[in-house]
Design a protein around this ligand. Structure first.
Ligand SMILES: [Zn+2]
Length: 507
């Protein structure tokens, strides 16, 4: 029987963000399933939209025996602590070392993990796994579309396979694609030639959305380039908030021959470089965005939805900035709702006061983002929740959510969801769990950049993007880069990065 060791360890690191990811953050999971060990991994990884869950399903259909090690993820944030990384990787690599005879290893990784002690979290994981399994055993890895892929990751894995959708509605599909590629490797005993290319400009996440051009068309063409000669081919637009050498978009292709892999990769590079002008669009200030939404709402039959993109907890924000809430209240927006502000203290105060009470709070603004501060105002407590519910939309794909003690607070005609745990507002249920019906609002402001679009586009009249102070600038050129590779353009058509004397240090 074919025996495959599996594991998952997911983190997207914004090295400019305010808060690090600790071991406890991985135990809880944030928007990911809670940490699971050994046999529990395959119990958790069922019928949810996660790479490992898709792989488990395909592996069982193939009759493979799985040796699960550990699975965990945490909300995007600043660096993973050394403690968390070393404990989790020790369990994963130790589990693989102790697995007995294996035919292959599959790992579900993000690809943009930076730790307190390592720039390339995944490159180091794959190096350690390779050391344990030797050069011959196939090692296949699924990656997030936001992976900042490094030469070391490419070197140690037989195949890296990235998601092709943003919103990531194909995470489980990518696990299935990894199982297909692994089955091909096991059947043909073939090692595929690799081609890896790094592109010369950063792409802001708002323009990476695969529902829109140019990204949509790029992935359509990518799918057409894949063939028997090039069984897997990926484009990772990257996560442009990690200040290290390999931050940025990349292409990785696997071919029957080196020429096959090179030709496919070069074709994609030319295609994407030809679209450099097109990764662009309108970003509103908070007041402009709210006033424009109010104007549109007068004749709209469905909500106008604003992405509070810079405080996206799916990109390292703390989901607690107040710029958009202030703009809604200041401009007297009506039938407006905003979610989710992560503020355990205010959630606790709302629970203590009870439904119907008016509480004076210093809401949100606790992460110390320049230009932001707690919002000191009186709010009416409209509804309370324990924060347990299922998110059935296409992004979370039926995951059990745990937002902790939560509340719907009202100020004027603006309602705000306040939670005790952090997760990206990417499912309509994240309003409904505190009694807000999103389809009945005239304006929704979501703390998300793109993922919300999977569940909200069908109920939206229009989508707008606003830039209130937050940890994930919509304009990648505005970040204080110090350690990118020389010459990479810090936004499409932007100026090339030039290292300064102090930027050569590592850490
Ligand atoms: Zn991602």
């Amino acid at each position: 029987m074919t025996r495959i060791a599996v594991g998952g360890f997911l983190h997207e690191t914004n090295t400019f963000a305010p808060t690090k990811a600790t071991y406890d953050d991985f135990v809880h999971g944030g928007g990911w399933p809670a940490m699971a060990h050994g046999p529990d991994v395959v119990k958790v990884m069922r019928k949810i939209n996660v790479g490992l869950a898709g792989f488990v399903e395909a592996a069982e259909a193939n009759g493979w025996e799985l040796v699960p090690t550990i699975s965990c993820g945490a909300s995007p944030s600043a660096h993973v602590t050394k403690d968390a990384y070393e404990r989790i990787v020790a369990e994963m690599v130790g589990g693989i070392a102790a697995a007995g005879p294996l035919d292959a290893v599959y790992l579900d990784l993000h690809g943009a993990m930076v730790t307190e002690h390592l720039d390339d979290g995944e490159g180091e994981i794959l190096a350690r796994v390779r050391k344990v399994i030797g050069k011959e055993l196939p090692l296949v890895v699924s990656l997030d579309l936001h992976a900042n892929v490094t030469p070391e990751m490419v070197e140690h894995a037989d195949a890296l396979i990235a998601y092709r959708t943003y919103p990531h509605v194909d995470m489980a599909d990518t696990g299935r694609a990894s199982a297909r590629h692994l089955a091909l490797m096991l059947k043909t005993k073939q090692r595929f030639a690799k081609a890896f290319r790094q592109l010369p400009f950063l792409i802001p996440i708002s323009w990476q959305c695969t529902n829109d051009q140019p990204t949509k068309g790029i992935y359509e063409k990518l799918a057409a380039v894949q063939s028997d000669a090039v069984p897997t081919l990926s484009f990772a637009p990257g996560f442009p908030a990690a200040d290290f050498r390999d931050c940025g978009p990349s292409i990785f292709a696997y071919g029957k021959t080196q020429a096959d892999a090179d030709a496919a990769a070069d074709k994609l590079v030319a295609l994407i470089e030809g679209h450099e002008d097109d990764f662009d669009g309108r970003i509103f200030t908070p007041d402009e965005g709210v006033l424009h939404a109010m104007e549109l709402a007068r004749t709209a039959s469905k909500p106008i939805i604003i992405a509070d993109t810079q405080d996206n907890p799916g990109a390292g924000g703390d989901s607690d900035t107040t710029g958009m809430l202030r703009a809604l209240v200041r401009n007297k927006a009506t039938r407006a709702a905003h979610g989710v502000i992560y503020d355990p203290q205010s959630a606790r105060a709302a629970h203590a006061a009870g439904v119907g009470a008016t509480v004076t709070l210093a809401l949100g603004g606790k992460s110390g983002i320049p230009g932001d501060a707690p919002y000191k105002e009186a709010f009416v407590v409209e509804r309370l929740s324990d924060g347990q519910f299922v998110a059935p939309g296409p992004y979370y794909g039926g995951r059990d959510m745990d937002m902790g003690p939560s509340a719907c607070l009202r100020i004027g005609d603006v309602r705000v969801v306040v939670s005790s745990h952090k997760a990206q507002l990417a499912d309509q249920s994240m309003y409904r769990y505190v009694g807000i019906e999103p389809t009945e609002q005239s304006i929704l402001v979501n703390k998300s950049s793109v993922h919300f679009r999977a569940d909200f586009e069908p109920i939206a009249e229009r989508l707008l993007i606003c830039a209130a102070p937050g940890a994930m600038p919509a304009d990648t050129a505005s970040l204080p880069w110090t350690r990118l590779r020389p010459g990479i353009r810090i936004k499409p058509n932007g100026s090339p990065f030039v290292p300064t004397a102090k930027s050569s240090s590592t850490g």
